[in-house]
Write a new protein. Structure first.
Length: 168
């Protein structure tokens, strides 16, 4: 009975390791796809902002801030609303640029950035069309192994816990 329990525990441990390995191998791939989505949104935001930048270049010495102030100080509600739209577009472009640049680093810093700064809208959109895949660089292999061992260790802790309960 004890040998059967050891074999079962060993098989379950290997399953946990394999699941952790798979999940760990997908994290870098998700980050790549997330960053590509951020980049696409950044390109679109820049394209939209370029039209307003051309107006700022023509009438406000290139200052988009002055263009926004001009719109916001207008008594015309339509013009005022346009100022808010331009301001939000500038803020969104800056936010996307910061996100994109923050993800242009090593895997550990990318993971840290996403843990503390993930944009749930972008993450959800990325996840909705996510395609599993393997990226085989040293960092990604280490990530997969770390998660494999982490899942295996968690199983080991659960096994110890239940072993103590069963002995009690």
């Amino acid at each position: 009975m004890n040998k059967t329990l050891d074999i079962t525990r060993s098989v379950i441990d290997k399953i946990f390791f394999a699941v952790g390995l798979f999940i760990g191998s997908q994290i870098p791939n998700f980050i790549v796809q997330y960053r590509q989505r951020v980049g696409g949104r950044l390109d679109q935001a820049r394209e939209n902002l370029e039209q307003f930048q051309q107006i700022a270049n023509k009438f406000h010495n290139g200052s988009i801030t002055e263009l926004i102030k001009k719109h916001l100080s207008s008594a015309d509600p339509t013009f005022n609303e346009e100022g808010l739209v331009i301001k939000k577009l500038v803020e969104k472009t800056n936010y996307l640029l910061e996100s994109y640049n923050s993800l242009d680093t090593n895997l550990i810093n990318q993971i840290k950035y996403l843990i503390f700064n993930i944009d749930m809208e972008i993450a959800s959109a990325t996840w909705s069309i996510y395609k599993p895949g393997l990226i085989l660089t040293v960092e990604e292999i280490i990530c997969a192994l770390v998660f494999g061992f982490l899942f295996s260790f968690v199983f080991y802790l659960f096994a110890l816990f239940f072993k103590k309960i069963l002995r009690s």
